[in-house]
Every structure is written in C-alpha cells, then in structure tokens.
Design a protein around this ligand. Sequence first.
Ligand code: AMP
Ligand code: MG
Length: 363
Amino acid sequence: METFTGNPADREDRSLLICLGIESTAHTFGAGVSELSREGHFRILSDARDSYKAPKGSGIHPREAARHHVEVCPQVIQAAIDKAGVRVYEVDFIAYSAGPGLGPCLRVGAVAARSLASYFDKEIVPVNHAIGHIELGKFLAGLQDPLVLLISGGHTAIAAGGAEGWKIYGETLDLTIGQLLDQLGRHFGLSSPAGPKIEALAFQYKYDEGKIPVLPYTIKGNDVSYSGLLSAAKDADMRGVSREALCFSVQETAFAALAEATERALSFTDKAELLVTGGVAANQRLSRMLQNMCDARGVKLGIIPKEFAGDCGTQIAAAGFLFWKNGWSVKAQEAFVRQSWRIDRVNFRPAGTKACPQGIVST
Ligand code: AMP
Ligand code: MG
C-alpha cells in the first residue's frame, strides 16, 4: 500500500502544465509530451514510440520485449522531447506506466522515469495504464462522463466512474479480446498483434450463410468468456474451415457478446455517452456494431482515434495530469511497478467529477 503525500491544493494555481509520459507495459515503448491548461485544455505536443515485434507464430516474450525497450528507450524519449520543442527543464513532471503489465517491461519505463527525474530534479508520477487509455480517450473524443468499453491486449472491461472511483460493470472471465485475436493469429502463424490481419481476413469473407462456422457465444451475468470460442475456432481451422469465414465468425461472435454486455451496462448506469478505447477500438466492424446499438439508444458514441488506440506515451501523460493533480507523486527512489493493478483499486475520483478526497491512498 502506498500513501501519496503531495498536497493537491498546491497544484490549483498552475496555468499551464507540461508532462512527459512514458509507456512500457507490453510490446510498445512510448514517450509523449503533452500540456494541460488551467481551463482543462489538453494538447499533444509530441508522441514517439517503437514496438517490439514478436517472431511469427509466437506471442510477446517479456524478457525479449524488455530488451527491445532498453535498446530504443533513449532515442524514443529524445524524439518526444525534440518533437515537442521543449527542454527537459520545462517539463513539470514525469509520469510513467506503473502497471498493470509485464514485469520486465514495466521496470524499463520505471527506471527511465526514475533516472530522468533524479538527474533533472523532477517529480515522478506512477500512473495506472488502463486509466491512461480512458483519460486520453475522453480528451480526444470530447466526452465528459462516459461508460467506458476498454478493449486491448491486456483489458476487456466495461467501466464507469462514480463518486468512489471506477466501477466495473462487466469484464472477461478469461482471455481479453486482444488475446483472443492475437492467439488465433498465432495459431495461423501470424505475428502479434494480429487484430488488424484478422479484421482484413474477415473483411474478405464473401457472405454465404451455409458456410459460417457457428462458434460458442458465452456471457455469464454481464461478463464475457472467450476461451471456448478460441478453442472452437482452432478446431474448426484444423477441420479445414476457410480462415476468412472463421475470422468473420470470431469477430461477429466476440463483438456481439461485447455489444450485448455494453448495452446492458448502459441501461444499468443510465450513461448518455459511450467511450471505446484500447487497441481493439481500431476495429471497423466493432465500431459499426456499437454505433448501431448507440443510435438505437440515443447514446453519444466516442471512439478513440486509431493513431492513439494502442499503447503510447501520450495516454500516460493524459492520465499523469489527473494523478498529479490528485497528489500522486513519489520520490524517484520510491518509483514502483505493479503487474496486476485493476482500475477499481485506484482510489480517487475520475476526471470530470467534482472534488477529490485529500490524502490519496491506493490499496
Ligand atoms: P493495446 O494493448 O492497447 O496496445 O492493444 C493491442 C491489441 O489491439 C492487440 O491485441 C491487437 O491485436 C489489437 N488490435 C489492433 N488493431 C486492431 C484491429 N484493427 N482490430 C482488432 N484488434 C486490433
Ligand atoms: Mg494497453
């Protein structure tokens, strides 16, 4: 348990804040410089990134990905600083992805943030990566108080902010939607991330009702489950079902389950906005399904732009402002990483709701 002793009241009078965000939870090492005005206007000054490419047919190897991050870290951070046209001393604080993620990868980002913070005497802010996807999505989609569908390599969750922080209204019981697509891609011998290739294969499918393989559609309560779907898809592939038909059916089945759970959560929470964020938000078929559902309910749909759907330093800068304003800064030597860190365990109010409690504590 960490206690963050910064005093949020001291931070009210700053007219413009500049944050360097560092991301390294999984395949991507990213750095981004962003600014936030007192009026809450968010501006991206730069975003640089470099992603580890797993060999075809295999997933992310944490140690290899971390090795990649160590190699590219200096030039990615330098590129972000140069493109932003700022000097490091002008940066108010450095935010880094503290979790959830792969331990070896997280440690590279934490060490980079810690080294810069020590050398340039900056404050350092540990950020929850999932809240990064959400805060950046809210800024870019112009939403205030949305229900959030967070779909990425590491997450499949339906969440909404309330007085006591983030609450989960549905999630996966096993694989994330990103893992489902990447593991199917791996089975096909594709390299990860395979989502875009699976989307392209599904798009090539010529509709012919008799030939669509029927796959298991699993919702338990308001939670989805994808492991049975993955096994059935692999079996169908071994039986020689066309890959285009399989990818089509996997997308229809997995996305319909997500849309159903999301619609129920919208009804339950009575939210007027839906934000879709995380790498899988780039999928066009899913966007169309969710757009139809939102149109039918009169809900405003916001989808994070493709360029910022996946992991990046800008998402960490975006959430960094929120965490910093809530007093979440630590001394450089206290920088921590946490491989497992759910958003419903981050103990403060989401942006957009009113006062923040003093003495922020994470459990
Ligand atoms: P993230 O963890 O947020 O970087 O998201 C990475 C995940 O997004 C991976 O599982 C990718 O396969 C997936 N992804 C990226 N683009 C697409 C797409 N067009 N359709 C489906 N999944 C995608
Ligand atoms: Mg992510």
